[in-house]
Design a protein around this ligand. Structure first.
Ligand SMILES: [Zn+2]
Ligand SMILES: [Zn+2]
Length: 279
């Protein structure tokens, strides 16, 4: 199988390594394709994002690396476009659409009216207390409602970490993923997103960070995606050279166990192709 990872962060946003260090690591690990997906700028998380003014430098550095290493690996320039990105994504090879926090009330230009999903259990509980009288399940419903429109909002090719709302469940149960409210909100988002034709990622990022022992999304969700004809791509959401292919084999096995015969990879021309799973 072609070895591909399109979800990669660098020091342009919240990654630990330079883009060139990531390329050299990907070559050493035998990758055919490496895509960069820096965080788009959002007002609630300026520190972890690429500032809009730095986008030209980001694009030109990726272009330089694409040319320099073209005989060894195909480099693609993408963006992880947040739902609340302050500018539209233009001129990328692909985009990943993600929700890391969602707006509940008040002004959009500071974080005060946002429910933070990706940060900590404490942030989730605070959101429940602040906006929903302590009802944590309402936070998951709010999240799924927002991610359900990520494709129409960002025009993304790939849906980022679809059930990121479950990030902390393994270490500290926050949501019961069998609760009818959770399942209903999740299914409604799934139905809409599968119909959009966008690709879901099996994302091992939270495994590399020690939060989970399995990737996003859960096996139950993956089975539903498979049964409805949805497509998947394996990605590591890597923030450092040592995690570019973290958990890939486990992710492929999970895909197979959930019924998938193929995953999406990328051909030599940078186009998405469906490739039979070989482990
Ligand atoms: Zn993300
Ligand atoms: Zn990411």
């Amino acid at each position: 199988m072609r070895k591909v990872n399109l979800h990669t962060h660098t020091i342009f946003c919240d990654g630990k390594n330079t883009a060139e260090e990531m390329v050299l690591s990907a070559i050493a690990k035998g990758f055919d394709v490496l895509g960069f997906s820096g965080h788009s700028f959002t007002s609630f998380d300026g520190g972890g994002c690429i500032k809009d003014a730095d986008i030209p430098a980001y694009k030109s550095e990726i272009a330089r690396l694409k040319e320099k290493y073209k005989d060894k690996i195909l480099i693609l320039c993408g963006l992880e476009q947040d739902y609340y990105a302050t500018q539209e994504a233009f001129g990328y090879d692909y985009t990943i659409g993600s929700v890391h926090a969602y707006h509940v009330t008040g002004p959009l230009d500071d974080g005060s009216g946002f429910a933070f999903i990706d940060y900590s259990t404490d942030h989730l509980r605070k959101a429940a207390d602040k906006f929903y009288d302590g009802d944590l399940m309402a936070v998951s419903e709010g999240y799924f409602d927002r991610i359900s429109t990520i494709v129409e909002k960002t025009h993304c090719d790939i849906i980022g970490h679809f059930d990121i709302i479950s990030k902390f469940n393994e270490k500290e149960l926050v949501f019961d993923e069998n609760d009818p409210r959770y399942v209903a909100a999740c299914d409604k988002a799934l139905e809409k997103l599968i119909a959009s034709g966008a690709i879901f990622e099996i994302n091992t990022g939270a495994m590399a960070k020690g939060w989970r022992t399995t990737p996003y999304p859960s096996a139950a969700i993956l089975r539903k995606i498979c049964q409805s004809g949805g497509r998947i791509i394996i990605s590591s959401d890597s923030h450092a050279v040592d995690t570019i292919d973290y958990g890939f084999e486990q992710a492929l096995r999970l895909a197979k166990d959930c019924g998938f015969k193929t995953v999406v990879t990328v051909d030599d021309n940078g186009r998405f192709v469906d490739e039979e799973i070989v482990i």
